[in-house]
Design a protein around this ligand. Structure first.
Ligand SMILES: [Zn+2]
Length: 258
């Protein structure tokens, strides 16, 4: 069990399960959040914008049930509670699964094994979908699955990403770094790699269908772009990517400082 860490992930699954409600005694359906191995955990209380360029987080390298989640949780309210409001609620600042009958919270001890079993069973049948939305919380408690837990995922094709753009970036507290933007034609995917001081890799983020998603991710991380460079100065492909990226930035409300 990992106590009180911050969590930053775009690999998480909504796992439906059935359990007995300790409050009303009835059997209830609800859901819980399981995060995947690429999730990043850091110091408790840290915000994505305060240290993404300064302090590396470590990858979880396992699946884990989110048992408690609190602190700074705007992302979670947007991605989870607003979409599944009869399943989750915030009680005393903590995200919790709730009973479908009495709406009381279902404590982790009462649902942990049901969630894990459901995750393994549904994962084997390829019935779980990575939500792929950015999820950030400053304080989480996670229970990791056994080391050998895996789920069936569709086969990955060769990662044939090409580096298109390199953006100089700055965090809210003035740390500088770069964001590399990669694209794969075969996978129709944009990926970004955030590097901090000295080129240390801080975050790798894929599964962005378009540049709008990339801009949303950059904005969620609280990063400001200061300079844009083409990965290859003479490449029309890179130039096109720059034009489209600037357009997406402008569309999202970014303005170029003159
Ligand atoms: Zn109940």
């Amino acid at each position: 069990m990992i106590h009180n860490r911050s969590l930053l992930t775009k690999e998480w699954y909504m796992v439906p399960f059935t359990a007995n409600c300790p409050d009303c005694g009835a059997q209830t359906r609800s859901a819980a959040v399981v995060v995947g191995p690429s999730s990043l955990v850091g110091d408790a209380g840290s915000e994505p914008e305060s240290d993404i360029l300064a302090k590396p987080r470590r990858t979880l390298d396992a699946f884990a049930v989110v048992e408690a989640l609190g602190g700074q949780t705007e992302h979670v309210e947007r991605s989870v509670v607003n979409r599944f409001h009869s399943t989750f609620a915030f009680v005393n600042g903590q995200l919790t699964s709730i009973c479908e009958h009495c709406a009381e919270n279902l404590p982790p001890a009462a649902i942990r094994s049901a969630v894990m079993n459901a995750f393994v069973r549904l994962g084997r049948k390829r019935l779980l979908v990575n939500e792929r939305l950015m999820l950030f919380a400053s304080e989480v408690v996670l229970t990791e699955f056994r080391g050998d837990t895996s789920i069936e995922e569709s086969a990955m094709r060769d990662p044939d990403y090409a580096l298109l753009l390199i953006c100089d970036t700055e965090s809210a507290i003035g740390e500088t770094g770069i964001i590399e933007m990669w694209h794969s034609i075969a996978r129709d995917d944009y990926a970004i790699v955030v590097k901090g001081h000295g080129g240390r890799e801080m975050l790798r983020d894929a599964f962005n269908r378009d540049l709008k998603d990339v801009v949303a991710t950059v904005s969620d991380l609280g990063l400001v772009l200061t300079q844009l460079h083409l990965a290859q100065a003479s490449s029309p492909y890179c130039a096109l990517a720059r034009d489209l990226f600037l357009e997406a930035l402008e569309h999202a409300g970014y303005r170029q400082a003159s």
